[in-house]
Design a protein around this ligand. Structure first.
Ligand code: AQP
Length: 332
């Protein structure tokens, strides 16, 4: 790792099995960034606490997610792979930053409003303060760039505002992070409700292609996916089902949407589903095989997160000490 490389921080919550959405929207890009950037990729386990988790399942999913990162080509030699809760500085900095964040700044977050509606029986303070923890995640590593989807833009803006506010009061402490919009990036939608994002915690598994799905499961899910009225095969706002299948085909083959649309002129929705299922199966198979292998090697996985914990703690602690000193906390 060279010191002059720009720093990238990103993470995924271990709240379920990873999907083809995570591969298309995050992991493929993460893998490509490793040679040019100093990358910190975390398993965001503390973020899952805003919704009730079954402890034994969370433990399993945390290890599964590490195995899946590696199976998708995230190299423990090139990048720092770590579990968020293994670095206490995340929670420690969150408290300090929460004293620099306005109540109304958190209250206006779209994700807070959406999740409060979806989990109206459990609107907890953690859900409200989630973006402050995300700010701590990013600022601890002095990240230059943060790969984010549309739904995280507002949170990154809050991170920037809080960091600027802190720097204004106490002189330069945090690097102000920029959003990283990947060249290739696709939002994968639910198979049965294609106006909704494909989400790992969706209760209806027919909506999701998991990276662990068998060939038959993939074929069946694509076969049963919702299509749109009409017969034309093209991306359009009034064709969310077909647009999603075309996107999945493009992501799985690397072929452009325009090329794919041209190849399907005069063909049927059935043809599109068959070709898409074949392509996803080929795309996912090597990842699934690698994952099954890595998952068996518990020592290897433990060593990865132990190593990541040491590296991440070193960087994070440095920033935390800087913050404590600036705000006047006595340090021995
Ligand atoms: N369907 C998707 N299409 C493209 N990108 C996606 N990402 C997730 N789903 C898709 C990208 O994965 C990263 C974060 O994942 P996360 O699991 O931490 O959070 P999430 O976005 O809330 O994902 P889920 O599956 O919807 O989780 P649950 O169901 O637990 O809430 C981001 O880079 C995101 O863009």
């Amino acid at each position: 790792m060279e010191n002059n490389q720009k720093i990238i921080l990103s993470g995924i919550q271990p709240s379920g099995n990873l999907t083809i959405g995570h591969l298309a929207g995050a992991l493929t890009n993460w893998q490509q960034l490793q040679d040019d950037y100093q990358c910190f990729y975390m398993i965001a386990d503390l973020h899952t606490m805003t919704i009730r988790q079954e402890p034994s399942v969370l433990r399993d999913k945390t290890m599964d997610t590490i195995a899946m990162y590696v199976a998708c080509g995230i190299s423990p030699e090139k990048s720092t792979l770590f579990v968020q809760s293994h670095v206490p500085a995340h929670s420690q900095l969150q408290w300090i930053l929460s004293c620099f964040t306005g109540y109304s700044e958190c209250a206006k977050m779209t994700q807070f409003k959406d999740k409060s509606q979806a989990h109206s029986d459990n609107i907890n303070v953690g859900l409200f303060a989630y973006p402050v923890l995300m700010a701590a995640d990013i600022l601890l590593y002095q990240a230059d760039l943060v790969p984010i989807g549309d739904d995280q833009k507002q949170h990154l803006e809050l991170t920037r505002n809080v960091a600027q506010r802190f720097n204004y009061h106490y002189s330069d402490t945090f690097k102000i992070p920029e959003p990283f919009i990947p060249k290739i990036g696709a939002r994968i939608m639910s198979l049965q409700e294609p106006t909704k994002k494909m989400s790992k915690s969706d209760e209806n598994e027919k909506n999701i292609i998991f990276l662990t799905d068998s060939d038959d499961q993939i074929r069946n899910k694509i076969k049963r996916s919702v299509t749109d009225s009409g017969t034309e095969i093209k991306c359009a706002d009034n064709k969310p089902g077909i647009t999603n299948l075309l996107t999945l085909l493009s992501v799985s083959t690397g072929n452009s949407l325009i090329n794919i649309e041209n190849n399907f002129i005069g063909k049927t929705y059935g043809d599109l589903k068959n070709t898409t299922a074949d392509a996803i199966i080929e795309f996912i198979k090597p990842i699934r095989n690698e994952y099954e292998k890595i998952k068996l090697d518990k020592n290897y996985l433990n060593n990865i997160i132990k190593d990541g914990m040491e590296k991440a703690n070193k960087t994070a602690f440095k920033t935390l000490c800087k913050v404590y000193k600036k705000i006047g906390l006595v340090q021995l």
